[in-house]
Design a protein around this ligand. Structure first.
Ligand SMILES: Nc1ncnc2c1ncn2[C@@H]1O[C@H](COP(=O)(O)OP(=O)(O)OP(=O)(O)O)[C@@H](O)[C@H]1O
Ligand SMILES: [Zn+2]
Ligand SMILES: [Zn+2]
Length: 786
């Protein structure tokens, strides 16, 4: 037998498959992780194909696989297929794509091993070390240095008393543990005078089998256990390590009686075996979670598994709690706070089918489920589903690929579906399901627009409009809570000299630095570098340094002045990482320890606080003015999501939206929370300008510390792509290179080349072969979220 393997490395030149002989009796299958000789080294490989071919059929001599590193690797054919698709579609290495599925990315590590050398030790102490090594045969150099001191070991190596050799350590060997099992009763009276062994056998009979460690823990000695096994009444075997349930037990919830709309949605998806994608468009508070859970329940009954994806910041939110309450031990939650062991534990539970629902942020799409029956993507429009480092995959696209293999449905739930998803649904490519009503017929909040130009004309220079002040006054007086959204953290968003116009920028990024009052420093929001505030202008020496713009810190201060008796809490990247975690802040707000929750978009998404009746949006157009085709879509989503936090309990919700562009269709549609009206306008704009979903985009980013060579590289690459399109008469457009919106980040200049077209498959094939695309300092982003 011959196995084709991919070397598990990021080295770009090793991306093809290599063939190896499978030695007789070695259990190797597709997905096994193996150790193979490679040149003069050993490397880790992943088996991607096994065939009955003979080594003799090859034109060159094949080497045999050295060992199997892990048989539990959990790779299935489907995963290899999905990974190859990822590497083709997103133009990344196959090994990188395969690694997405791995819980332990690197299986083989180079270690240094020490053995005794040819020279005799010179002192008694040296002889001790040599004897120690001799007794063990070989010792890892790091371990020996810990025991005897690095200096000693190095000296002995230099003297030839010891010698060192490179070796390879398996990091992913399948961990096993010893189990004790009951075999038969003591009918012959073998244990007549052996009380401890008899007691152990009695206990073992009850349990059937249990880890040896459990009995040691109960006070049975290793000797007693060994003797009992010697009688043949019990036996020891090696088993794979057990997994644990890591979740707290919460009070169990029962399925609710569905509303007609919910029931229709469930009915439409139930029993789908075509691998279709459904867009579940449900207004905020319409009960999408209950639809997800009842569909999941069906799938569990068939013994299949479910992936539930949630945006990164919703991981601690209630959707996760609701699933845990409904399905208990059948759920594993993958979040970033888990230790490596805990991640492995949860991964194994899904692999072995001990749990059936895997909830997590985007990377949970790579769970080792074996029998996928459903994929749910909550808030499917959220930008966190796109990975912003290589491999730059979109979790929804990956979910669809996996679901297609298992012929199971994918549900994209959202109150504001992405324009592309909604378009696909209207085209019949996906199926559209709508929940138009809030649960219990609760009304959507009423939204008032505050035109900030009028405020200024009236002499209100505060960040907060009069309309918002009244709304907050009434809300607080009624004992209710409010959420206020401002998409910028810090105090002042830039610092400028009033005399010459100099703006303080980050030394290594081409962006203004933001003033943070609490730390009394300027901070760069791209690289987190900080600087003291200049007392005189670095450019002209004047003293007229002024702070401009508004961040969350400043609003916190103004709210404190306006409502001195109210309790305000701020949630943004600064506070979420300090004092309490973001989760704690939200939990305390839920318990009404605060009246006003103020923050960046972290406050806008997914929360279900019954006592929140007011929402204030301070700068509805902050995203709208970005020079990007998605600016309108992101703004509409954020505004609708934020507004949707109001009035989820008994009190009706009210929202004030502050803007300088009240006539803009995005603001108008967000005011009415009219997704359809927004979609109609947005899709026409996309069609007219040939943006997604009509055209696809690949963004190539080139970076370099020096500007001149960067432009040269950019021009060369663009020319190469352009000559391909001319040669092929391809309608694909190559635009650029041009300087990125932010010219420089972390000391590196940035150029962008855009590729636009209806189908980009052919140009991708070309890019795969074009070495300039694979040079260092080149990033390829397919379907960029910008
Ligand atoms: N059939 C039902 N009967 C009674 N209550 C329900 C029903 N379905 C959902 N609910 C309740 O309605 C509330 C809103 O539901 P949920 O949070 O799922 O809304 P959503 O559609 O996800 O909203 P958002 O998009 O704003 O997150 C929840 O408190 C939920 O328990
Ligand atoms: Zn100046
Ligand atoms: Zn910076």
């Amino acid at each position: 037998m011959v196995a084709d393997i991919i070397i598990n490395t990021t080295a770009k030149r090793l991306q093809q498959t290599f063939s190896y002989i499978v030695p007789d009796g070695m259990a190797v299958h597709v997905g096994s992780r193996v150790q193979v000789p490679f040149g003069r080294r050993q490397e880790e490989g992943i088996v991607v194909a096994v065939s009955e071919r003979n080594a003799g059929e090859y034109a060159y001599e094949l080497k045999p696989i050295s060992t199997v590193l892990s048989a539990q690797a959990g790779f299935q054919e489907e995963m290899i297929e999905t990974a190859s698709w990822i590497s083709r579609y997103y133009l990344c290495n196959l090994a990188d794509a395969l690694r997405l599925f791995m819980i332990e990315k690197k299986g083989l590590e180079v270690r240094l091993y020490v053995t005794v050398g040819t020279k005799a030790p010179a002192s008694a102490e040296d002889a001790d070390v040599a004897a120690y090594v001799q007794a063990k045969g070989q010792v890892e150099k790091a371990a020996l240095s810990r025991k005897f001191g690095a200096r000693r070991v190095d000296d002995l190596l230099a003297a030839g008393v010891l010698q060192v050799e490179k070796g390879w350590k398996n990091k992913i060997s399948d961990k096993t543990e010893k189990w004790l099992s009951f075999v038969r009763d003591d009918a012959e009276g073998l244990l007549a005078n052996r009380r401890r062994q008899a007691a152990l056998l009695a206990e073992l009979k009850q349990a059937g089998s249990a880890p040896v460690s459990a009995f040691i823990g109960k006070g049975y000695s290793a000797d007693v256990i060994r003797r009992l096994c010697g009688t043949g009444l019990a036996a020891i075997s090696e088993r794979n390590v057990r997994t644990r349930q890591l979740l707290p037990t919460l009070e169990q919830s029962r399925p609710l009686t569905l509303t007609d709309e919910q029931a229709r949605a469930v009915q439409a998806v139930r029993g789908d075996t075509t691998g279709r994608t459904y867009v579940l468009h449900g207004v905020t508070g319409s009960g999408k979670t209950e639809v997800y859970m009842q569909l999941a329940e069906d799938v569990l009954r068939q013994g299949k598994q479910v992936i539930v994806l949630v945006p990164e910041i919703a991981l601690t939110g209630q959707i996760v709690r609701q699933f845990v309450r409904r399905f208990g031990n059948d759920v594993v939650v993958m979040h970033s706070q888990l230790s490596k062991g805990e991640r492995k534990n949860n991964w194994l539970r899904m692999l072995r089918g001990e749990s059936h629902i895997c909830i997590g942020a985007r990377s949970a799409v790579f769970t080792a489920a074996q029998h996928l029956g459903l994929v749910i993507v909550d808030e499917a429009h959220d930008s966190s589903y796109k990975q912003e480092e290589s491999p730059r995959y979109h979790a929804v696209a990956v979910a669809q690929k996996r679901a297609a293999y298992y012929c199971c449905p994918v549900i994209l739930g959202s109150a504001t579906p992405s324009v592309s998803d909604y378009y696909a649904a209207l085209q019949g490519e996906y199926t559209l399901l709508e929940l138009k009503e809030r649960i219990h017929g609760r009304p959507l909040p009423t939204v008032t627009i505050a035109d900030m130009r009028d405020e200024l004309a009236r002499g209100n220079y505060r960040v907060v409009s009069d309309a918002m002040v009244s709304l907050l006054e009434e809300t607080l007086a009624a004992g209710q809570q409010a959420i206020i959204l401002l998409n910028r953290r810090g105090f002042a968003t830039f610092v400028m000299c009033r005399k010459c116009g100099y703006v303080v920028k980050c030394d290594t990024c081409d962006v203004p630095m933001v003033y943070h009052k609490q730390s009394d420093h300027l901070q760069c929001h791209y690289c987190e570098a900080s600087k003291p505030i200049p007392t005189v202008c670095p450019a002209c020496g004047s003293k007229y340094i002024k702070f401009f713009g508004t961040g969350t810190e400043k609003v916190e201060e103004q709210l404190g002045e306006l409502f001195p008796s109210s309790r305000v809490v701020r949630l943004d990247q600064d506070t979420a990482s300090r004092k309490y975690s973001g989760e704690q802040i939200l939990e305390r707000f839920r318990r009404h320890e605060y009246d006003i929750l103020l923050g960046t978009q972290m406050v806008a998404k997914g929360h279900d606080f019954a006592n929140v009746s007011a929402v204030g949006i301070l700068s509805a157009d902050s995203l709208l003015n970005l020079p990007a085709y998605w600016a309108g879509e992101r703004t509409f989503q954020l505004l609708t999501q934020a507004a949707g936090r109001a009035g989820r309990g008994d009190a009706p919700g009210r929202v004030v939206m502050q803007t300088y562009a009240p006539e803009h269709y995005v603001i108008q549609c967000a005011q009415k929370q009219d997704y359809h009206a927004f979609y109609e306008q947005e899709i026409e704009f996309r069609r007219a300008l040939q943006y997604p979903p009509f055209h696809r985009i690949i963004k190539i980013i080139l970076t370099d510390e020096e500007e001149q060579p960067l432009w040269r590289r950019g021009n060369d690459l663009a020319a190469s792509l352009q000559s391909w399109t001319r040669w092929e008469h391809s309608p694909v457009e190559v635009i650029g290179p041009f300087a990125d919106i932010i010219k420089r980040i972390r000391g590196k200049y940035r150029l962008v080349i855009l590729i636009k077209g209806k189908s980009l498959d052919d140009i991708k094939d070309y890019m795969r072969r074009e070495p300039q695309c694979w040079a260092s300092g080149v990033v390829i982003d397919v379907d960029p979220s910008f």
